[in-house]
Design a binder for this molecule. Sequence first.
Ligand code: MN
Length: 244
Amino acid sequence: MKQTAGRDQLGDTAPKFAELNDDVLFGQIWERKDILSLRDRSVITITSLITSGIIDNSLKYHIQNAKNNGVTKTEMAEIITHLAFYAGWPKAWAAFPIFKEVYSSDSSSRSYTPLFGIGSPNSEYSEYFTGQSYINPLNKNVMGIYNVTFEPGCRNNWHIHHKGGQILLCTDGEGIYQEWSKSPIRLHPGDVVYIAPEIKHWHGASSDSWFAHIAIEIPADGAYNEWLEKVDNEQYTLICEKGK
Ligand code: MN
């Protein structure tokens, strides 16, 4: 994740602080995932903020971040309850409204935590999906890498990755992949799908399971996605029933 909050807010007034915030704190420290996970770093950060009595937008940002990094609603309530005894009762009271606001915003995603984080509702592409999907950008340097999570029954429209193609790395639940005029393929964690350029296809969850994959956009000059018709409902139902 490329952090720009420092430069956005303080780039003119305190350029060194902005640089340290974006490049060192978020660019280097947070990125050392091999030493401490993002989830652990989120918990530590929230604990420090609440303990210091910093109950502002930065706490809201970090609670949202913790949610994206896999801290469930139940766990977050327990974290704040626990630290009330060490940090002070009023600080926990003050933090709960922010916690409630973050964790009630998209209730359907609470119960599901994919390996690479659920991110946020995929509203930008919702017209090309049936059902609710979520997107978590993992990398935007050189190539786009996104974690895409599908609620049960959710799938994208038929589409074509022109010129570049796409690779899917399946991480959670059970999904389906189908190329035009070919049989559908069931997907499970650990499966890898290479989608050549110009191949018409769709992917998504099965009707009774959440599903998440990492989508890697293979870079190419002039690469673009062409979104086509929805997957036929009857066809989809038939595919899902056949797999049982
Ligand atoms: Mn695709």
